[in-house]
Design a protein around this ligand. Structure first.
Ligand code: DAH
Length: 340
């Protein structure tokens, strides 16, 4: 029985390697797991076997292996299908007239889902969080006490009841740490609000994606690795990153992460003010006060956090020059992004 199963395993492996669409995967499932499939035949054969217990176990293990492999393969095919759709997304053309009346996803939704899929494949969970939060979550839990000058950077909309519209996705850090404890890997995209005068580069309502990874021995190299991998996948080319010191009360050390300019490739051009670099994502090693506030043992764990500007990323990815396009509700512009 053992040899027979080994042989069937090999047969299954070669057949699985050839199953590159949903239909062939379905056929494979029927031929191995179906009523008259390979596993059912093996079960029938048990009648003539002496050591039924061992043989039965072997068959069951084989069956589970086949089920798991097929389900993994299904997930991979689904991911490949979504990736292909995202890659097919057209570049933005502000002059295009749309004849097509079918619905479409907003470019921010597309960019969010793409980044989510990438982080999910690296073991991060995706968290949702409120848009209305309290002072503690938005500032105090992040090592920004009342009257700290760092609050001036985020001109905040306060509500009559003392709550506020979250100014950054970092406002969810505390809740995520409290929910999962350490170790954790999570991203949390969200809409943020600041009292900004709007122009081509500024909006009072915009999107960020926060990420946190907390574990034993997490260092800046982990941060660089995850950001470089994610950005290279998003922009479908090898992205160079560099870190410059930056101050944010909730990280120590804190950084501004730059990527090499996508327009000139790093040579220097007007888009990157001739520096060859574009500022993309503030980040850093989570401040021990913030970890402690989240109930994390700072003797044992360290972590990194980043606050990716999703709106900025979507502008760069789709070549949208005016940030106001996103909240314009103008279907001529926004319905050009069909995928997913
Ligand atoms: N929350 C900051 C902002 O919106 C951005 C930020 C900086 C987030 C550093 C982080 C970080 O997680 O580590 O200005």
């Amino acid at each position: 029985m053992k040899e027979k199963i080994e042989e069937l395993k090999e047969r299954f492996k070669s057949a699985l390697a050839l199953a590159n669409d949903e239909q062939s995967l379905d056929e494979l499932r029927v031929s191995f797991l179906g009523k008259k499939g390979v596993v059912a035949e093996l079960m029938k054969g048990l009648r003539d076997v002496e050591d039924k217990k061992t043989a039965g176990q072997l068959i069951n293990n084989f069956k589970t292996e086949v089920e798991n492999s097929i389900s993994d393969c299904e997930k991979m095919l689904e991911k490949a299908r979504i990736d292909a759709q995202i890659r097919g997304a057209k570049k933005y053309n502000p002059t295009l007239k749309t004849e097509d009346r079918s619905g479409s996803y907003h470019p921010i939704t597309l960019a969010t889902r793409e980044v989510e899929a990438i982080f999910e494949s690296m073991g991060f969970t995706i968290e949702d969080y409120y848009e209305v939060v309290d002072d503690y979550k938005c500032f105090e839990a992040l090592n920004i006490p009342k009257h700290h000058p760092a609050r001036d950077m985020q001109d905040t909309y306060y509500l009559d009841n003392g709550q506020l519209l979250k100014t950054h996705t970092s406002a969810a850090q505390n809740a995520v740490m409290r929910k999962y404890g350490a170790p954790l890997r999570a991203i949390f995209p969200g809409r943020c609000f600041r009292n900004e005068s709007t122009d081509a580069c500024h909006e009072n309502t915009f999107f960020q994606m926060e990420g946190m990874m907390i574990d034993e021995n997490i260092s800046i190299s982990n941060l660089i690795y995850f950001m470089k991998t994610m950005l290279s996948l998003v922009f479908e080319r090898d992205i160079k990153v560099r870190l410059r010191p930056g101050f944010f009360p909730f990280v120590e050390p804190g950084f501004e992460l730059d990527i090499n300019c996508l327009i000139c490739g790093g040579e220097g051009c007007p888009s990157c003010k001739n520096s060859g670099w574009l500022e993309l994502c503030p980040c850093g090693m989570i401040h021990p006060n913030v970890l402690r506030e989240g109930g994390i043992d700072t003797e044992k764990y360290t972590g990194f956090a980043f606050g990716l500007g999703l709106t900025r990323l979507a502008m760069m990815k789709y070549g949208v020059k005016d940030i106001r396009t996103f909240n314009s509700g103008n279907l001529k512009s926004l319905s050009q992004f069909k995928s997913l």
